[in-house]
Design a protein. Structure first.
Lengths: 313, 305
């Protein structure tokens, strides 16, 4: 315990505190367990147990017999597997680039160039679609993308879409999902980024200004490094949200009367395995792939970004 | 403190006009373009119930129909399955608020302890939290469904509230908040003065935690109110649906999207738009109330010297 904690605390707090609390540490230990007990129970019940259960399912068959990697081989050889992951990869690249760059740029602009009262109005208006996340946002965009009723039907027709069916061409789907995700999610992240920027004291910014730094120099050299923790966090969560894409393609598929591929995303493929073929083991195997993908990416971000060693105190 | 600001502003004004205006113009263009992108669909949505399905196609998209048509759409909507809409809204409230209370009760102390109380296994818990947090939650829905089935919770309110109240994001927010804003030295000094760990949490940490509690409550409520996948799988009956799953049922009853199933019903595009607006209202109201906490206290700038 001591070795682990002694190694971590300075990194987390930035304050080097040699053995000052011998006794309080033990006392703190017990209270620490009490403080985290409720959460730990939920974590075990709805995080750890279902995960282990998915692993168990992925390595067994429907009679509970150990089958090694057979479930994984089965789903990988499915002709729908590779396209589903390819779809999600294209979507993720576009989505991550857009959300990271634009939310940070907008937060910097709102913080540096707009009066606080006005920027609150902007943030509120940007956020409004966040209230429509999930089913509601997909339904709204069904209307937005239908040239018959869309307020931007002129724009849709100008870029060659005359009917709803044309809009739903396979190549357009990643763009559609990026639009929906950005419309519902970016406003919330702009608020978070703005809040993080707001936490940087005015004196620091003033010092930079006095030294002759412009808006972008200040942003690049001072503000962005200071909110790096939050940017990384946003990227991790945006990635996670991207890999689990389900509601959007599923509802689009329903509303388009089957014109859209029912196994566009890996989660949809897992859903088809579980609820149309009753193959929970195959569905779990696909889930494990998604899980591994998320873990690798998070691991890279965590170790590279200094999320755990960052010193912000 | 004010003098350098004035000087700096004066210095900026003195620069050539173009180098001063170009970035400003770019900024205005970005902010305005995004404003249209975010607001236009919402405006269209607000206007849609005032028109008939025919007017939606024929009229100018941003025109207002009539209040009478809104009333008609409302009547059609609440007569759908004998007012099941109200039941869906009530269900959503029960699921979201129930899990919100549980989430706050467990995640605030947990985030505090992870940030500031040394105990064995802290690193493990923190890492696990991060991992489960970034893990695709939809990947857990199916195993959670089987688990709930095992414990006989399928079709009960608990089968939604308990999984909803597990909110690692909230714990992580509280952890980050305390790790970055509450100096360890303050706690160490209070400990030396004889404060118990409970007193530290109750008297030092909790009063400082208001902004992050508002933030966690907000994200938890919004996330749970908008959740679709788990209730979709776990709740078999329409009278147990939250509004999101109800919207899905309305969608499949709308003739413009499903000509066969929708035939003979009064649910058309304007009714669907009205239902979307109604399903959104609680989250919008909540945002208005928590805006102060979200904006001014996001990272509690006030607690920093």
């Amino acid at each position: 315990m001591t070795a682990v904690d002694a190694g971590r605390q300075p990194a987390l707090t930035g304050a080097s505190q040699p053995r000052r609390r011998g006794n309080p540490r033990r006392r703190g230990g017990w209270s620490g367990y009490l403080f985290v007990s409720g959460y730990t129970l939920l974590l075990l019940a709805f995080g750890v147990f279902p995960t282990l259960y998915a692993v168990y399912l992925a390595f067994t068959n429907n009679r509970g017999q150990f089958t090694g990697l057979n479930q994984f081989i089965k789903v990988v050889q499915d002709y729908r597997f590779a396209p589903a992951f390819q779809n999600i990869a294209i979507y993720l690249v576009m989505w991550l680039l857009l959300v990271v760059v634009l939310t940070v740029v907008v937060a910097v602009l709102l913080r540096g160039m707009v009066r606080p009262g006005l920027s609150a109005v902007f943030r509120f208006l940007y956020y409004i679609p966040g209230a429509l996340a999930g089913v509601a946002s997909v339904l709204v965009w069904l209307f937005m993308l239908d040239p018959a009723v869309s307020p931007v039907s002129g724009l849709l027709r100008a870029i060659g879409f005359d009917t709803f069916a044309e809009v739903l061409a396979p190549a357009d789907l990643p763009v559609i999902f990026v639009l929906i995700a950005f419309w519902t999610g970016a406003g919330g992240w702009i608020i978070v980024m703005y809040g993080a920027l707001n936490n940087i004291s005015d004196e620091v910014l003033e010092a930079a200004r006095v030294d002759g730094a412009g808006l972008w120099q200040t942003a690049w050299h001072i503000q962005i490094p200071m909110i790096r923790k939050w940017i990384v966090y946003m990227a991790i969560l945006a990635f996670a949200a991207g890999t689990q894409l389900f509601v959007e393609p599923q509802l689009l598929q329903t509303a388009s009367l089957g014109r859209v591929n029912p196994t566009w995303s890996p989660n949809q493929l897992a859903y088809v395995y579980a609820f149309q073929r009753g193959d929970f083991n195959g569905a779990a195997a696909i889930s494990i792939f998604l899980l591994a993908l998320g873990l690798i990416c998070a691991g890279i971000l965590v170790t590279r970004s200094g999320l755990f060693t960052a010193d912000e105190t | 403190m004010t003098t350098p600001t004035v000087n700096a502003r004066a210095g900026r004004r003195a620069r050539p006009l173009v180098s001063r205006l170009a970035p400003a113009a770019a900024a205005v263009a970005i902010l305005a373009a995004l404003l249209i992108f975010f607001v236009l669909p919402a405006v269209w949505l607000l206007l849609a119930p005032s028109k008939t399905a025919g007017q939606l196609v024929a009229d100018f998209p941003l025109s207002f129909g009539s209040f009478g048509q809104i009333g008609a759409a409302w009547k059609h909507l609440i007569s759908y399955q004998d007012g099941v809409l109200f039941l869906w809204l009530r269900n959503s409230a029960v699921y979201s608020l129930g899990s919100l209370v549980l989430t706050l009760a467990v995640s605030v102390p947990a985030g505090y302890a992870l940030a500031l109380t040394p105990f064995r296994g802290r690193k493990l818990l923190l890492t696990t939290t991060l991992i489960v947090m970034i893990m695709p939650s939809a990947a857990l829905v199916l195993p959670i469904f089987l688990e709930l089935n095992l414990f006989g919770l399928i079709g009960t309110a608990w089968s939604i509230i308990l999984p909803f109240s597990f909110f690692p994001f909230g714990v992580y927010l509280v952890y980050i908040y305390f790790a970055t804003t509450l100096p360890r030295d303050v706690l160490a000094a209070a400990r030396v003065d004889g404060c118990t760990e409970w007193q530290l949490f109750r008297l030092v940490a909790l009063p400082l935690a208001k902004p992050v509690i508002g933030l966690v409550a907000f994200f938890s409520f919004v996330g749970n109110w908008n959740n679709f996948f788990l209730p979709y799988l776990v709740l078999p009956n329409s009278d147990q649906f939250p509004i999101q799953v109800g919207l899905n049922q309305l969608l499949s009853s709308t003739p413009s999207f499903n000509p066969v199933a929708g035939a003979g019903l009064n649910i058309t595009s304007p009714e669907l738009a009205l239902a979307i607006i109604i399903s959104t209202l609680p989250v919008l109201v909540l945002f208005l109330f928590s805006q102060r906490a979200l904006v001014s206290g996001m990272l509690a700038g006030s607690t920093k010297e």
